[in-house]
Design a protein around this ligand. Structure first.
Ligand code: ZN
Ligand code: ZN
Ligand code: FE
Length: 762
C-alpha cells in the first residue's frame, strides 16, 4: 500500500527579549534555510513559531534558533510541542496578535556595526543619514506608543516609507526586513540647526557641521537625542565646561563625556576587556573609567574624583556630530540641576534656551523620557549606578507573583517605580529625586505611559514607610484598594534577594545614606535578618544626632559635631572638621544636639563617610549627597591598609557598631601628619572589617549561610569587592545587586517583591 510521506509539525513559543530585536525576520531566514514552511508571529511579548517539514530539519532549526539568535535578543525559554500538519506551502510573517497578557517592550539599541559602516560609506544610499537603522539597532522604548511593536504605533508613523524603503521592509533576505523604524534621506526625519530665536539656520548635513563648528568654538549646544535632550560642549575646553556648569547650576557633580569609537575612548581612559564590552554593548551606558595621565579632557569634568564617565556614540546623529567635531564632547542631560530631562521640541526650547547657545534639533518625536544609564565595573562585579536607556523596560522576574497587579512607587531619591503583574516587575527608568514639582509631574507622566504600555491596572500600591515623602503622598492619592508600606532597608535587602530568586531568610547588610526606620529614626547602616515576609533588625551603627537634620547631608562638618558630642565635647581629634566654619555656627550646632532640637538620631554609613571626610580635612561642605564619600574612595584608591578600631557592643538585644574610636583615630592620625590617602584607605578597611565581622557573627548565631549586600554605599567599589570577597572566603554565600543597582533605584522592585509575597500569602 503506497504511503504519502507525512510532514512533521511543531509549535514553538519563545520567551525573553524577542520583540523589536529582529527576531521574526531572523526566524524567517532560518526557516527558509532549512526548507521549512509555516509562520512566525509576535504574541503578547512572546514569539510563536509554527514549523512544518522533515524531522531532522526541525531539529536543525531548533539548534540554530538558540545558536544564531540576534545578539541583541535574549532567549529565556523555548517551549516546543508537536502539532498537526496544516499543509503550509510557504513560510510567512503573520500579523501581530494583540493579546492582553505579558507585554515586554524592547529597550533602545545602539547603532549596529553594519549601519555605522553604511553611515560613512559615500556609495550607500543612506550615507550620512542621521536616522539609519535596521532590525538589529535603533530606537525602541523611546519611540513606542503602544504594543504590539509595529511602525504605526511608534513615532515613526509620521514618516511614510518611500518605495525603496518599503521594498527593503518587505524583502525577507534584507537586513531591514520588518525593521519598524527604517528610514532614508528620502522619507526619514530631518535635522536642523536652530539659533536662539527658533530660526532654522541650516538643515541636514550643514546643520550637523554648523553645530560642530559652534561646539569647537566653545558653545553650549542643546542636542535632541534618543531619550531626551543633551547639553553638549567641547570636553577639552575647560572654560566652556565651566560655563556649562554655571548655567546648569551643577557645580561639582561629574559630567559624562561621549566619544565616537572605542579607540577614541582608549585615547582618554584606561579600559580593560570587561569595560570595553560594556562600553560597546547595545545598551551603551556611561561607564566610569580611570582617565589616562595627560588627557586633553578638561579638569572641570569630575573635580576631586579619580574617574570619568565615558560613553560611546549610540545614534547615527552622535556619530556624525562627533566625527565633525573631532574631539570628545560633554553630553549631559538636558535639564537644570536635578529636574527631569527635556524631550519635546517646545519643551526643550522653553526649558533649555537659558542654558544653551544653539540647538541641533530633529523632528522624530520622543515618546518616553529616558536618561543614559551608568555602569561601573568593580571586578568581578558590574555595578549599575543608574538603570535607564538600554536596560529599561526589560522586565525583571519576581520570585513570587502578586495575585493582583500592583504599583510600587519607590523611594524619595533616585526614584524609579515598578509595575508588577504575573510574576514580572516592570521597573521604570531612572526618574530622579522626587522632591520637586517637576519631578512629580515626570513621575505621573511616566506612570501613565507605563500603565498603558504594559496594560497594567494596579489595584494595590506599595510605598515607603516614611510618612512625609512625596512618593507616600503619591501612593495614597492613587486611590487604590489598599496601600502597603515597606521599610526602606527591608526593600533594599529584598530587592537583591529577589533578583537572585532567594526567598529564604538572609543576613542583609543595608548601607546607605538615609531611610526612615520603624523607630522613627534615620537608618542607613543596618544588619537585618530578612526574608520577603519581614525583617528583624539585629545590628546597626550607634545612633548619632545630626544637627540641622537634612542639612547635615550637605554639610559634613555638622555630622562631625554630632559625633564629637558622643566622643566628649570638645575633642581635639575633631579639630580639622571645622576649618572655615564660624565658631558661632559650630556652637549653634552643638547646642542643637544638646537640646535635641532639629537633631534627629541617625545610624547611617553615608553620614559616617561625611564625618570621616570632615575629620580628615577633606571636605566640610558638599555640593551633592555622597560627594565626600566619593572623594574618600578616590583618595584611598587600592592602597593596602590595616583597619583602625571600629568596635561592636551589644545593647537592646542588638549589635551596635561604634564609630567614635574610628573617627578619633583618623583625626589623631591626620593631626600627626599621617598621609591622608593612607588614612582614607584605613578608614575603608575599618568599615570592611566591621561589616564582615558583623555579618559573620549574625550568620553564625542564626545558622544562616547567605549574606545580601545592598544600599547606595555599595556603589563604592572598594567596599563592595572587599566585603564580598572576605565573606566568600568565610564560606558564606554572597548576593550582590546585579540587574538593578545598589542604590535607591532598586527600592521600587524590593517593595514590589515584598508586597507580592504578602498578598500571595493572604
Ligand atoms: Zn543597524
Ligand atoms: Zn526611504
Ligand atoms: Fe537607600
Amino acid at each position: 500500500m503506497p504511503t504519502t510521506p507525512t510532514l512533521d509539525a511543531r509549535h514553538l513559543t519563545v520567551t525573553g527579549v524577542v520583540q523589536g530585536v529582529g527576531f521574526r525576520p531572523f526566524v524567517h531566514r532560518l526557516a527558509t534555510r532549512f526548507g521549512l514552511t509555516g509562520w512566525v508571529r509576535n504574541v503578547a511579548g512572546t514569539v510563536e513559531i509554527r514549523l512544518e517539514g522533515p524531522d531532522d530539519q526541525l531539529d536543525a532549526f531548533d539548534a540554530a534558533l538558540r545558536a544564531e539568535a540576534p545578539s541583541v535578543s535574549r532567549i529565556d525559554a523555548v517551549w516546543s510541542v508537536d502539532a498537526e500538519s496544516e499543509g503550509a506551502t510557504t513560510f510567512t510573517i503573520a500579523e501581530s496578535e494583540d493579546a492582553d497578557t505579558l507585554r515586554p517592550v524592547p529597550p533602545d539599541l545602539a547603532i549596529c556595526e553594519e549601519c555605522e559602516r553604511e553611515l560613512f560609506d559615500a556609495a550607500d544610499r543612506r550615507y550620512r543619514h542621521p536616522f539609519i537603522t535596521c532590525t538589529n539597532c535603533g530606537p525602541r522604548y523611546t519611540v513606542i506608543d503602544a504594543l504590539p511593536y509595529d511602525r504605526e504605533r511608534t513615532s515613526m508613523k509620521a514618516f511614510a516609507l518611500c518605495p525603496r524603503c518599503a521594498a527593503e521592509y518587505a524583502a525577507p533576505d534584507d537586513r531591514r526586513f520588518h525593521a519598524e523604524t527604517v528610514a532614508c534621506p528620502d522619507c526619514g526625519p530631518r535635522v536642523w540647526f536652530e539659533g536662539g530665536g527658533a530660526d532654522r539656520v541650516a538643515e541636514g548635513d550643514s546643520a550637523v557641521r554648523m553645530a560642530a563648528t559652534a561646539l569647537r568654538m566653545g558653545a553650549v549646544v542643546g542636542v535632541r537625542g534618543l531619550g531626551g535632550f543633551h547639553l553638549a560642549v567641547d570636553a577639552t575646553n575647560d572654560a566652556a565646561v565651566r560655563r556649562l556648569r554655571a548655567r546648569k547650576q551643577r557645580d561639582a557633580k561629574p559630567l559624562a563625556v561621549m566619544v565616537r569609537t572605542l579607540d577614541d575612548a582608549r585615547a582618554v581612559a584606561r579600559i580593560d576587556e570587561r569595560e570595553a564590552a560594556v562600553l560597546t554593548s547595545s545598551a551603551r551606558p556611561i561607564v566610569l573609567l580611570t582617565p589616562r595621565d595627560g588627557t586633553p579632557l578638561a579638569s572641570a569634568l569630575a573635580p576631586g574624583l579619580d574617574r570619568i564617565g565615558l560613553l560611546l556614540a549610540y545614534t547615527p546623529l552622535h556619530h556624525l556630530l562627533l566625527a565633525a567635531v573631532g574631539r570628545p564632547l560633554v553630553m549631559t542631560s538636558g535639564n537644570l540641576s536635578e529636574e527631569p530631562i527635556a524631550i519635546g521640541l517646545e519643551e526643550g526650547r522653553a526649558r533649555l534656551r537659558p542654558l544653551v547657545d544653539a540647538f541641533l534639533m530633529h523632528d522624530r518625536d520622543i515618546v518616553s523620557r529616558c536618561d543614559d544609564s551608568v555602569v561601573r565595573i568593580a571586578k568581578p562585579h558590574e555595578i549599575l549606578m543608574r538603570r535607564a536607556r538600554g536596560y529599561a523596560p526589560v522586565p525583571i522576574a519576581l520570585p513570587v507573583a502578586s495575585p493582583e497587579p500592583l504599583v510600587a512607587v519607590g523611594a524619595q531619591l533616585k526614584n524609579t517605580f515598578a509595575l508588577a503583574r504575573d510574576g514580572q516587575a516592570f521597573v521604570s527608568p531612572h526618574i530622579g529625586d522626587l522632591d520637586e514639582l517637576a519631578a512629580l509631574e515626570h513621575w505621573q507622566e511616566a506612570y501613565t505611559r507605563y500603565r498603558a504600555l504594559f496594560r497594567v491596572a494596579p489595584t494595590f500600591a506599595v510605598r515607603d514607610l516614611h510618612p512625609g515623602y512625596l512618593s507616600t503622598r503619591v501612593a495614597e492619592e492613587l486611590g487604590l484598594r489598599r496601600v502597603i508600606a515597606v521599610q526602606h532597608h527591608h526593600a533594599h535587602v529584598a530587592a537583591v534577594a529577589a533578583e537572585h530568586g532567594v526567598t529564604t531568610p538572609v543576613v542583609g547588610l543595608a548601607f546607605d545614606g538615609t531611610g526612615y526606620g520603624d523607630d522613627g529614626n534615620v537608618w542607613g547602616a543596618e544588619a537585618l535578618i530578612s526574608d520577603l515576609s519581614g525583617y528583624r533588625r539585629v545590628g546597626q551603627m550607634r545612633y548619632v544626632p545630626l544637627p540641622g537634620g537634612d542639612a547635615a547631608a550637605r554639610e559634613p562638618w555638622r555630622v562631625a559635631v554630632g559625633f564629637e558630642t558622643l566622643a566628649g565635647w570638645p575633642s581635639e581629634a575633631f579639630g580639622l572638621a571645622y576649618y572655615g566654619v564660624p565658631t558661632s555656627m559650630r556652637e549653634g550646632a552643638h547646642q542643637q544636639v544638646l537640646k535635641g532640637v532639629n537633631a534627629p538620631m541617625a545610624s547611617s554609613l553615608g553620614r559616617l563617610f561625611d564625618a570621616a571626610a570632615a575629620v580628615l580635612g577633606v571636605r566640610r561642605h558638599a555640593s551633592f549627597e555622597g560627594q565626600a564619600a566619593m572623594e574618600l574612595e578616590a583618595l584611598a584608591g587600592d592602597l593596602p591598609a590595616a583597619p583602625l578600631p571600629f568596635p561592636t557592643y551589644e545593647q537592646d538585644n542588638r549589635l551596635h557598631l561604634d564609630p567614635v574610636p574610628l573617627l578619633q583615630a583618623l583625626g589623631e592620625g591626620r593631626r600627626h601628619g599621617v598621609d591622608v590617602a593612607l588614612l582614607a584607605a584605613r578608614f575603608h578597611e575599618s568599615v570592611v572589617e566591621a561589616a564582615v565581622d558583623l555579618a559573620r557573627l549574625i550568620a553564625g548565631s542564626f545558622a544562616l549561610d547567605t549574606v545580601v549586600l545592598s544600599g547606595g554605599a555599595f556603589q563604592n567599589a572598594r567596599l563592595l569587592t572587599r566585603i564580598a570577597r572576605r565573606l566568600a572566603e568565610a564560606r558564606l554565600r554572597v548576593l550582590v545587586p546585579h540587574l538593578l543597582g545598589p542604590n535607591d533605584g532598586a527600592i521600587s522592585y524590593g517593595q514590589a517583591a515584598v508586597a507580592s509575597w504578602i498578598l500571595s500569602r493572604e
